[in-house]
Design a protein around this ligand. Structure first.
Ligand code: FES
Length: 157
């Protein structure tokens, strides 16, 4: 191999090296972009949720031995009063997420979407719901009812 051929061979392998480097960088960039998009998609599911206390009203707003539906920014809540005890349930049906409605005549929560029925304690009586309504913690402070809920705000994570 003379000098000219050796020079040409060296130039050719440099070009291949640069081409392979560009290809590898492009592939890494593409895969990184895909991974970023995937993590962005998963983030609402995997991010840790912070619990916050949300003002839901006053004890006097809830009818005696009855239920009051309150629409809070974090989701609809059913406040129940039995004697002096106040309890809270999520009003979101555990089947497909419709808002259940209180039917005082039968003392049941009935989901209007697929006729899921829950008792006063949120337990499934009949229909497609796979589990009871979610029980939420209640805190009474200075004659106000607070419900402990998962924060929806990003900055509070
Ligand atoms: Fe409530 Fe289907 S969404 S029963």
């Amino acid at each position: 191999m003379d000098e000219a051929q050796q020079f040409e061979s060296t130039q050719s392998s440099r070009r291949e090296f640069v081409a392979n480097l560009i290809l590898a960088a492009g592939t890494a960039l593409g895969l990184g972009s895909l991974a970023y998009r995937f993590l962005q998609y998963l983030y609402p599911v995997i991010r840790p949720l912070k619990l916050i206390q949300v003002l839901a009203g006053k004890p006097g707003d809830i009818p005696a031995d009855g239920v009051r539906l309150v629409h809070l920014p974090e989701g609809p809540v059913l406040l129940e009063k039995q004697g002096k005890e106040i309890r809270a349930l999520s009003a979101v049906c555990t089947h497909l997420g419709c808002i259940v409605q209180w039917h005082p005549g039968v003392r049941q929560f009935i989901c209007p979407c697929h006729h899921g029925i829950y008792d006063f304690n949120g337990n499934v009586v009949s229909g497609p719901p796979p589990r009871p309504l979610e029980k939420l913690e209640v805190k009474l402070k200075d004659d106000e009812v607070f419900v402990v809920m998962k924060s929806l705000k990003e900055e509070q994570v």
